[in-house]
Ligand binder design. Structure first.
Ligand code: PGA
Length: 251
């Protein structure tokens, strides 16, 4: 059975003192969960967050990285830098980065390879725009993005990669894909992985849903056959609300 993995994506929110307060309130609320709990925080919070989750079951992730090790890349952070302070996860290819910072399937692939090479677990985002959805292109878009993101990886590395299916029209809009539609899209992604890497790998890969996940819809989404948890934006900024999402399977 695949584990449920629930990751918060704080985006460009939370000063260090806010991050510390969040963790102090949130950690006791999720201490009994069997689900994997991750907070993907801004770079400036990483160090503080890592210190404050030490005695907890919470893991820390970054929201981006560069694929080179060192060099003249002003403003960038390398995978080695993240690994050196014990970051465990990194979001790669979020739609906001694809849209505002010119990330492409090619750069996503380079980043995924580098993250895995240094022992970071990538959370790779794929998803269709509203127009693509309306034109019936969802399956095509998400299988292509998945294939290109994972190109050249060994089956073992694919097993260590998390995919987050995030329909762009559902991010931050309050519109959630129905549990059934999200599950179907995730099955499509799993099938694509099966075709390229085999059934054993496809059955292991964690594929999350993201896009307006809230405590009121988490259970319905996360109890489907193929949705293995979520990547949560807005609702991960409030400790109680995010804890309810993590604890979707309690009572
Ligand atoms: P949202 O964001 O939960 O606020 O829709 C999800 C994401 O962008 O990862």
């Amino acid at each position: 059975m695949r584990k449920k993995v629930i990751a918060g994506n704080w985006k460009m929110n939370m000063l260090p003192n806010e991050a510390i307060n969040f963790i102090n309130e949130f950690a006791p609320l999720v201490k009994d969960t069997n689900n994997e709990v991750i907070l993907c925080v801004p770079y400036t919070d990483l160090f503080y967050a890592l210190l404050h989750v030490q005695e907890t079951n919470i893991k820390i992730g970054a929201q981006n990285m560069h694929w080179e090790t060192t060099g003249a890349y002003t403003g960038e952070i390398s995978a080695e830098m993240l690994k050196s302070i014990n970051v465990d996860y990194v979001i790669i290819g979020h739609s906001e980065r694809r849209q505002y910072f010119a990330e492409t399937d090619e750069t996503v692939n380079k980043k995924v390879k580098k993250a895995l090479a240094v022992g970071l677990k990538p959370i790779v985002c794929v998803g269709e725009t509203l127009q693509e959805k309306e034109e019936g292109k969802t399956a095509n878009v998400i299988t292509t993005q998945t294939k290109l993101a994972l190109e050249g990886l060994s089956p073992e590395n694919v097993k260590n990669t998390i995919i987050a299916y995030e329909p762009i029209w559902a991010i931050g809009t309050g519109k959630t894909a129905t549990a059934q539609d999200a599950n179907e899209s995730i099955k499509t992604i799993r099938k694509e992985i099966e075709e390229n890497y085999g059934k054993d790998v496809a059955e292991c890969v964690i594929i999350q849903y993201g896009g307006s996940v809230k405590s009121t819809n988490a259970k319905e989404l996360f109890t489907t056959s193929d949705i293995d948890g979520g990547l949560v934006g807005g609702a991960s900024l409030k400790p109680e609300e995010f804890a309810k999402i993590v604890n979707f399977d309690k009572e």
